[in-house]
Design a protein. Sequence first.
Length: 340
Amino acid sequence: MSPRTTAPYQTDAFSWMVTSPAMVAVGAMNALGWIRGTLSPTAKMGIAFVQCGFMSFAGCLPQASGIVGRAALPVTGATSTCGCTWEDSMDIEGKAAVVSGGGSGIGRAAVLELVRRGARVIVADIDEASGRQTVDLAGAAGGIAVFRRCDVTHPEDLAGAFASAAEHFGGFDIAFNNAGIGGDDLFNDETAQWTRMVDINLTAVIDATRIAVREMRRGGKGGVIVNTASMGGLLPMPDSPVYAATKAGVVNFTRSLAYLAEQDRIRVNAICPSFTDTPLVRRNGDERVEAVAALVGGILQPEDVAAGVIELIEDDSRAGAIMRVTVKGGRDFARDIRPY
């Protein structure tokens, strides 16, 4: 990672005044929440993403509307509201990365983009067939990738994935903690589904970050960690409250580690994609997926999210940052709403 001496790290702190445009957006979101109670599951899912859109609008209103904050910065040569500039970025070429959930969807897209840029990658996934297919695709693209079977709910498997990077590449510079699952059945007497969701979506992200930070500290070179959250981590999801809770946990866990950038030169960021076309989503059925996509104005492709992951890796000014990725809004950064 190139040295950065021109400005402090950006955590996208955000303060705002309640103004009529913001209140209109929030009011519309609440009205949609009431309407959802009378709709089919597919329509409910669509309305939930429309609600996300209203909240994105409320969080991105320009300063002319009374919002005062920090605009999202480009990767290099950016200028903040304080007039500081950044000229440095991490050069991915020659770096080593560990990607969990790399067998499909967003994880696979990230692996392929990383190897395209010259990184070597450990593909960690519980699904060996999918993981090895990703490795084959990386090899066909001229890249270097190694598969490591990993159940992220087992700390020894997570440690093994990072150890594989040391074995094959002499260490690692990048960790993309991406493995996750969906579904929700909070009020069923059988709790296994949602407790497993907490284990995979939140506990495993915390544990993987812990291990990655430990190893990066030992290496003494710093590094970058990106955690996969969701727009559901920024907004209520009445249909999937446990999922929303896990992703909200990832968001605030990541924000809370911004200090590592100055202390250890380790930047920890999170990405919050909207509705994305992955095998996990397709399990709901193509008809339902297309219906929701029509309601929300489109569906992200895994490559759209992978581009955001690359930006978070390369932009040396980002630490504790929360990137949103939506079809209509593209990539921008969520802001903290500070109560004091």
